[in-house]
Design a protein around this ligand. Structure first.
Ligand code: SF4
Length: 491
């Protein structure tokens, strides 16, 4: 058994298959970007650390159990990321196993843990502390303070003190120099990294046939933190960041550091960089400077860039000139075909006419586009959704769209809809951490979920919202079929 100062454990969501001849699903497997960076920071400070991805371990050994980890690693501190709510049950299950079978101090971090910190600590004795918000310096200080127990000195920490809870008065909010000190690409710290790179699918699931079918490898890159707007459904918008971490404005990682990471990606044979950070679309100097540096350094990599709003032609031209075209795409999420609903729900608004002009420009630059739509937005009726289907059909026929998808909008903790359901015209079926926990506990046990989405809107029930997305996908598949039939047979 190896001894570590801190072992980071990434939980994966389990969905039990009720058909006993089929194996269970392991899903939502992408690790938060910061996990490796925090682990690297601790290692640089002289601590012995390891990152374990439980989903990868299960992929490699279907008989894997968490107790196997306890036989392999003895940890003084166990850090479990509970960033996305889908891990609510599995994160606690891990915490309980470690607490029951070891003397490790168990600390949780991430958006969901930050939002529900007090409830988690009140309900689950297996969790010793939660770091709210940015976790780099707090975790380092937690390790330093473990021996004297002066946890009040650890920023962002909510912790158990005997039978009561305490919250440190100290605050850490990362700024650009803090991000620049982090190394997001020390992949050697992740147990079985090669498998992670090979098996991670585009949909965030583990791909059981990765070795056979997929040559594309993807790496997620940190460009910054925060957002400048509040989309109704987003738990990572400006207000949410302020609640979760105290951050009032977005910060960017310096472009030199980003290029360093991309060079590392190239060295590690990662063929596509996933870039999901675009909080100031009215001022994209950062991206232009970054792209220029990537070209100057001759980094040869594809990129999937998620635009949070439409761009100008210059951005498209720069994107095309910078990245290897093999896997490069731009993703944009109009969410609704109704301009009224889009305006009501999205922080960055654009009209359908502006979207068409942007797609024309993308076509001229020969940039493949991925599009996301959704159902269940605030104020949306079936009639509004007809416009979404109509727009989707037009887009697949007339524009360079390589993928288009539609799924019901999820209920994210700390999103404006979650915080003010009445104002946003929804009724919540899930309010507290235990509600999220119970949903995923049932799924892991093979029981039907009591709620699929956790909400209904003033105009649409849960089944209606689910059905609308299904109808969209069906209509688009048919349109695709007609398009190719016309292409091949001319009729
Ligand atoms: S979905 Fe909206 S609020 Fe959330 S990060 Fe994107 S632009 Fe910001």
């Amino acid at each position: 058994m190896k001894t570590y100062d801190c072992v980071f454990i990434h939980p994966t969501t389990h969905i039990k298959n009720t058909d006993s001849t089929k194996s269970d699903s392991i899903t939502y497997v992408i690790m938060p970007l910061g996990t490796l960076a925090i682990a690297n920071l601790l290692e640089r400070e002289g601590y012995k650390v390891k990152v374990v991805h439980t989903g990868i371990e299960e992929m490699l050994d279907r008989d894997f159990s968490i107790k196997d980890l306890l036989k392999k690693y003895e940890a003084s501190v166990v850090g479990i990321d509970l960033h996305w709510y889908v891990h609510s049950y599995d994160a606690i299950r891990l915490a309980e196993t470690f607490k029951r079978n070891s003397n490790a101090f168990v600390v949780l971090g991430g958006f969901t843990a930050s939002y529900f910190a007090e409830e988690i600590l009140q309900r689950f004795e297996s969790v010793d502390a939660v770091i709210q918000g940015d976790a780099e310096i707090p975790l380092l200080e937690l390790l330093q303070r473990r021996s004297d127990g002066e946890f009040d000195e650890v920023p962002n920490l909510v912790y158990r003190d005997g039978n009561s809870l305490k919250k440190s008065r100290k605050r850490f909010i990362a700024e650009t120099p803090d991000l620049d000190r982090l190394n997001f690409s020390n992949f050697t710290l992740l147990s079985n990294f090669d498998e992670y790179r090979r098996c991670i699918s585009q949909f965030g699931d583990l791909d059981p046939y990765a070795a056979k079918s997929k040559l594309k490898t993807q790496g997620w890159i940190c460009l910054g933190r925060g957002c400048s707007v509040n989309c109704s459904y987003c738990g990572g918008g400006r207000k949410a960041f302020e609640i979760l971490s105290g951050r009032r404005y977005p910060i960017f990682r310096s472009k030199e550091k980003v290029v360093e990471t991309l060079a590392k990606f190239e060295e590690m044979k990662i063929s596509c960089a996933y870039m999901d950070f675009d909080p100031l679309p009215q001022k994209r100097d950062y991206q232009h400077d970054l792209f220029e540096l990537i070209r100057r350094e001759k980094i040869d990599i594809s990129a999937q860039f998620l635009l949070w709003s439409l761009s100008d032609k210059r951005f498209l031209r720069d994107f095309r000139r910078t990245f290897n075209p093999l896997y490069s795409t731009i993703t944009i999420s109009p969410e609704s075909g109704s301009e009224h609903i889009r305006k009501l729900n999205k922080g960055f608004y654009y009209s359908n006419g502006e979207l068409f002009r942007w797609l024309d420009d993308a076509r001229k630059e020969i940039i493949p586009v991925q599009l996301y739509f959704t159902s269940g937005l605030s104020g949306e009726t079936e009639r509004h959704f007809e416009k979404t289907i109509k727009l989707g059909k037009k887009l697949v026929v007339e524009y360079p769209v390589v993928s288009i998808s539609c799924n019901p909008i999820e209920l994210e903790p700390a999103s404006p809809r979650f915080l003010h359901p009445k104002r946003y015209g929804i009724s919540l079926k899930v309010r507290s951490f235990i509600d999220f926990y119970n949903i995923f506990k049932r799924l892991a046990s093979g029981l039907p979920a009591t709620t699929q989405l956790g909400y209904r809107t003033d105009f649409l029930s849960e089944p209606q919202i689910v059905e609308l997305s299904r109808r969209f996908r069906e209509a688009i598949s048919l349109k695709h079929y007609e398009k190719w039939q016309k292409f091949y047979f001319g009729s």
